[in-house]
Design a protein around this ligand. Structure first.
Ligand code: SF4
Length: 471
């Protein structure tokens, strides 16, 4: 879940698509989106194709709220869905997805995870050609690029559009009864293909397949397009892939622990991150405590490797609504205390190793250290299962400016001082690669090493509000 009380990187979006002849798929899209809810909680949407053409419902908030008794209004055997955390364009209903635009093949619905780094230029071209865009998201730009391509079929439109798109894009579309999915040639954001009886499914993460009883078939390949029509799957390599660049933060933080990405189970990778971290930054301490929930797997690995006891000494209150925490900084401050309560009996008089997945701004880590000290911890040693984040992400994560990043300004010792820890240790980049178990050249680590797989985008053209600036 996007955790407003934390300053960790915010997730991007989740996509889901299914084509299952003879079945009503809206309830399955709904279940798939529930499984992907951690990838975005600002808005949700489902489009289906059935009697009367395209049916679409979307709204602000959690999936369960948006679709409360609305599924029966979504007939049809082909459907796509989306959960959103806005990384380009504001959190408003007009930017919710799927985006629907008129096209030569009927209404085209598009759902996207990622960020197009050349969206402002593409938008300018569309505007010059007389297209009137309504929202400020790159997904609408993408939808219009497809709809106005002048090609005879949606497949041909995707073939024409993909070479013009820059950045990260994992896309599912619904048009004229066909499910179309495609992925950028670097495969930055995840997309997997699954099978359910006579149907085909695509999703951001395999945990969505488990939810509906579908079988994982394979990852969608870099630069590949999939088309499902009348139950038949057509797979086509559209763009060559010089290298892969899977986002390492999917493993560190974004994806669910029960998901498998590029053949690596996320929980096992996180546990390995913790083991390597313990080897790189051992500490004389009494107990290992995770920041729940995303620090839990890494803390388990740290405890295993170090031989220290593992304790769930910070208890998370899952029922503090976003309406309480979101409105102002003061309430966000309070948010850490409201969301995380220490178990005094476990930390009083103890030397605590606190394991978290990342530090972005540094504000939350300091508050958690303080909470543990107030509960009586004798020492607090912070261990982070990622290397310092020094560069912005332009590929669908909400850290698109260096000014937001404490590690871009301060060295490790200065960050330690700021958060008030007795010691601070980050996982190394080499340790990260070792724990993930994929070749370094198959990973995007741009926010850690500044090496952008698609070339360095200009900050002002790739941030969350980029399309509002040029409007
Ligand atoms: S820059 Fe960082 S967060 Fe963004 S895609 Fe690359 S590894 Fe992931």
């Amino acid at each position: 879940m996007k955790e407003l009380w934390r300053d960790g990187p915010r997730e991007e979006c989740g996509v889901f698509g299914i084509a299952w002849p003879g079945r009503t798929v809206a309830p399955l899209v709904y279940l798939g989106l529930l499984a992907l809810q951690h990838r975005g909680q600002e808005s949700a949407g489902i489009a289906t194709w059935g009697e009367g053409g395209l049916h679409l419902h979307k709204g602000m908030g959690l999936v369960s709220r948006v679709f409360d008794d609305r599924l029966s209004a979504l007939p049809g055997s082909v459907g796509i869905g989306h959960v959103r955390y806005s990384t380009m364009g504001s959190a408003v209903l007009e930017n919710a997805q799927p985006v629907a635009v008129p096209s030569p093949w009927g209404t085209l619905a598009v759902a996207h995870n990622g960020n197009l780094t050349n969206a402002p230029q593409l938008r300018d071209e569309l505007v010059r050609r007389g297209v009137r865009l309504r929202g400020t998201s790159d997904t609408e730009v993408l939808a219009w690029c497809l709809a106005t391509s002048g090609r005879r079929t949606p497949e041909a439109a995707v073939r024409a559009a993909m070479p013009r798109l820059e950045g990260a894009y994992t896309v599912v579309c619904l048009v004229d009864g066909a499910l179309v999915a495609f992925r950028d040639p670097f495969a930055i954001r995840p997309l997997v293909l699954g099978r359910i009886d006579g149907g085909w499914v695509v999703a951001s993460e395999t945990c969505a397949f488990d939810q509906i009883g579908a079988e994982f078939v394979r990852d969608v390949r870099p630069g590949e397009m999939l088309v499902v029509r009348s139950g038949d799957l057509h797979a086509e390599p559209v763009l060559p892939s010089a290298r892969r660049a899977h986002c390492v933060f999917e493993y560190i933080y974004f994806a669910r622990p029960d998901t498998t990405l590029a053949g690596r189970n996320v929980h096992r990778v996180r546990r390995a991150l913790g083991r390597v971290l313990a080897r790189e930054h051992p500490v004389d301490a009494d107990v290992v405590v995770p920041v729940p929930d995303s620090g839990t797997s890494a803390a388990l690995g740290f405890a295993e490797e170090s031989g220290l006891p593992f304790e769930l000494a910070l208890v998370k209150n899952r029922y503090v609504g976003r309406t309480f925490i979101e409105p102002d900084p003061q309430r966000r401050d309070l948010g850490v205390r409201v969301k995380l309560n220490p178990v005094r009996e476990l930390v009083a008089g103890q030397r605590v190793v606190l394991v978290d997945d990342s530090i972005v701004r540094g504000t939350t880590s300091g508050k958690i250290v303080q909470v543990l000290r107030e509960a009586g911890a004798k020492e607090v040693h912070v261990r982070i299962s990622s290397p310092p984040i020094r560069w912005p992400c332009f590929y669908g994560v909400d850290t698109s400016s260096r000014r937001q990043l404490v590690a871009a300004e301060l060295d490790v010792e200065a960050i330690r001082e700021r958060i008030g820890a007795d010691s601070l240790g980050y996982l190394s980049q080499e340790g990260l690669v070792e724990a993930i178990g994929l070749a370094r050249e198959d990973l995007c680590m741009a926010c850690l090493d500044g090496q952008y797989p698609t070339g360095q985008p200009r900050e002002e053209l790739a941030g969350r509000q980029a399309l509002e600036v040029v409007r």
